[in-house]
Design a protein around this ligand. Structure first.
Ligand code: KG4
Ligand code: ZN
Length: 335
């Protein structure tokens, strides 16, 4: 947990990316993902213990993601955690993966509640008001594709490979963002939701109209697409911060970004501008901790454990698990 200065220490954070296993298929194959978890998990746990210089018998508790996500991999991880908890007689913490993203900024930057989180990954695009551990209110989400997913699909139709986000960002640097005026879906509506599928279709139609694409066409499409999403994200963030101010007038506004798309410099720059204008603090944890990682799950476990929460070994994995379900709430313990 934290030292007396409020800082936390990550003793080890082993990330075994499966991107190579899935690259040939142009996306994540659920069955392969589950098998890779079975193959690598024991080795990852052993490596994490070695790096942290700690024996499993000496940890306080075992935390694992219990959802939401591709259920095969989640089941392997949660079952392994249950087996360890049972064998070592340690408490289990079954963590909502989104809560782990939501609390990461407390691990890296020690920030206090409340704050607004923008989670933009391959599976999620949402604004969440984080009021406390287990206390979340979702203010908006995507009604179709997630933002990372839109980057991946655009990359695929431009033949840029997988994962698409970094490839689109790299090629966009060479492009003219004003060449194509792609739609900014939902932007006229006041709600804090996103929609990216119409934008993706507009990109596809443009690419088909120009085919065969020159390198410059690809760069211009990528740049114009990225400009459209950066604008959508900044308009929505401006609205979300205005709501934060209106609903929490006592709190100083803070915006935390999480998820793989936080790596995108055009989007990060747009958010920095929004926060500067709104007088809000922007917190972007180191990118390795914004994308999926074990340390954030351990941290969420540590936060919940410190509040007296543990979970039953009968806890079942959940493919869908919105953050604002009442069962996320930390029960109040009467001493
Ligand atoms: O959080 P993450 O690592 O995994 C989950 O989806 O849970 O996010 C991965 C997503 C992918 O869709 C990837 O294309 C996107 O984040 N991404 C980016 C960039 N780096 C990763 N999107 C835009 N620009 C980037 N530089
Ligand atoms: Zn994630």
């Amino acid at each position: 947990m934290r030292d007396q200065f409020g800082h936390s220490t990550i003793r080890s954070n082993v990330v075994r990316s499966q991107l190579d296993e899935h690259a040939a298929f142009g996306g994540v194959v659920p069955e392969l993902a589950a098998r890779a978890h079975v193959t690598f998990l024991d080795h990852i746990i052993a490596q994490a213990c070695r790096e942290a210089d700690i024996a499993l018998a000496d940890v306080d508790a075992i935390a694992a993601t219990a959802g939401p996500g591709l259920i095969g991999g989640v089941l392997v991880g949660l079952t392994t955690a249950k087996a360890l908890a049972a064998a070592l007689d340690k408490p289990l913490l079954a963590i909502n993966h989104l809560e782990a993203h939501a609390l990461t900024a407390r691990m890296t930057d020690g920030i206090a509640f409340p704050y607004l989180m923008l989670l933009v990954s391959g599976g999620h695009s949402q604004f969440v008001l984080v009021r406390g551990v287990g206390d979340y209110q979702r203010w908006g989400t995507t009604i179709d594709d997630a933002l990372g997913e839109a980057f991946d699909k655009v990359a695929k139709l431009l033949s840029l490979g997988h994962p698409g986000g970094p490839a689109v960002e790299a090629i966009a640097k060479m492009g003219d963002a004003r060449r194509f005026k792609f739609p900014r879906p939902l932007l006229r509506e006041a709600r804090l939701d996103f929609s990216f599928s119409g934008l993706k279709t507009a990109v596809r139609l443009q690419a088909e109209a120009l085919a065969p694409l020159s390198d410059q066409d690809v760069a211009d499409i990528a740049a114009s697409f990225q400009a459209a999403v950066a604008e959508v994200v900044s308009v929505r963030a401006t609205q979300a911060l205005a709501r934060f101010r209106a609903e929490l007038p006592e709190a100083s506004p803070q915006l935390v970004v999480a998820g793989g798309v936080a790596a995108n410099r055009a989007i990060a720059a747009a958010l920095a501008e929004v926060c500067a204008k709104a007088g809000a603090t922007l917190i972007v944890p180191p990118i390795a901790l914004c994308t999926d990682n074990g340390a954030m799950v351990a941290w969420a476990g540590a936060e919940r454990f410190a509040l007296g929460v543990t979970d039953s070994l009968a806890f079942t994995a959940r493919p869908r698990w919105p953050l604002d379900l009442p069962d996320m709430k930390v029960p109040v313990h009467v001493p």
